[in-house]
Design a protein around this ligand. Structure first.
Ligand code: RUB
Length: 320
């Protein structure tokens, strides 16, 4: 798929979920690199940076996107000539796709240890990392049930209940506002992440922080499944993760909204769960308390402060 097509699909949420967005962007960059007809290295770099900017401008919250783009664009900085840059990017893209799929599997193996026979688990939204924990536990023969939320307004809960049902897991489907009502029946909550900040706060689908609050009140363990590339390096520079606000038409039909001139519809699609409500973050490098987010950023993403600045400039080229 071309970069433009991929960007459109990410914007329209036909490709969605932080991990899938990152992999689709990397696949598009790899295809673009293969076909890019450039005279020299600098023309190649320019073409690839334009393609990256298009992808980075699609959705602002999932940090997996700039992290993945940064990783595959890195060989362009180091290369001395065009073909070396092209091959370096393709290699980095292959490596990213392989390791990101491997990370989901490894997270599943680690997270599954936290699900036992007879338990009831709750999940919110549709996260392949969170589902990997649940589906791995089911494959291990554990006997448990899952509550899944509807997830207004995008209905990502439908994707989740299909996956759970296909895996033979007894599943309860509830509206988002029923979470607290059922929390007394829940032994553990599993959610994914679009971004993890240096202070251990997790950005995920809108409503996640309310689920966390209800879990906290009921003393129910709240577990986040997040690959290391969901950690947000620029939060170490004090930058905040931008919360995407989508059109009100996703919530209230435009014809109805037109009849209500004094009503403003708000549609933030992510929210921030403070570290205090999170018991564990399961990464492919192991499970950590949220207070160790900095270690993941420094040790496993391993970026220098100079690199953070460079990515920042690429991502915001238009505004610089
Ligand atoms: C998806 C969402 C998911 C995270 C993690 O939001 O909030 O929980 O992206 O998913 P949207 P994954 O549907 O708006 O993209 O674990 O699959 O990366």
């Amino acid at each position: 798929m071309s970069v433009r097509e991929t960007a459109e699909k990410i914007k329209r949420m036909e490709i969605r979920g932080a991990g899938r967005i990152a992999r689709a962007a990397v696949e598009a960059l790899r295809a673009h690199a293969r076909g890019l007809d450039a005279r020299d290295l600098s023309e190649f770099r320019k073409g690839m940076e334009e393609a990256s900017s298009l992808l980075l401008a699609t959705r602002p919250t999932a940090v997996s996107l700039p992290n993945a783009v940064h990783l595959v664009m890195m060989p362009l900085e180091e290369a001395d000539e065009l073909e070396e840059a092209r091959e370096g990017l393709i290699r980095a893209a292959d490596q990213f796709i392989r390791s990101s799929k491997g990370a989901v599997e490894r997270i599943g193996e680690i997270g599954a240890h936290h699900i036992s026979d007879g338990e009831t688990v709750l999940t919110h939204c549709n996260s392949e990392a969170a589902l990997s924990c649940i589906l791995t536990a089911a494959r291990q023969g554990k006997d448990f049930e899952v509550f899944a939320t509807e997830v207004r307004p995008g209905n990502q809960g439908l994707l989740t209940i299909r996956a759970l049902s296909d895996a033979g897991i007894p599943t309860h489907f509830i509206v988002d506002s029923a979470v607290r009502h059922f929390m007394h029946r829940i032994d553990r909550v599993f959610v994914g992440a679009d971004a993890v900040a240096v202070n251990g706060a997790v950005v995920n689908k809108i409503g996640t922080s309310q689920v966390a609050l209800a879990a906290h009140e009921a003393r129910t363990p709240f577990i986040v499944a997040a690959e290391t590339y969901k950690f947000a390096p620029r939060t170490t520079l004090g930058e905040l993760v931008e919360i995407e606000e989508r059109g009100g038409g996703e919530i209230l039909p435009p014809a109805e909204a037109a009849r209500l001139p004094r009503v403003t519809v708000h549609n933030p699609v992510f929210d921030v769960t403070p570290a205090a409500y999170i018991d564990l973050i399961v990464t492919e490098e192991g499970a950590i308390p949220p207070s160790l987010a900095y270690i993941i950023i420094r040790e496993f993403l391993g970026w220098s402060i100079e690199e953070f600045h460079k990515t920042f400039q690429i991502a915001h080229r238009d505004q610089v």
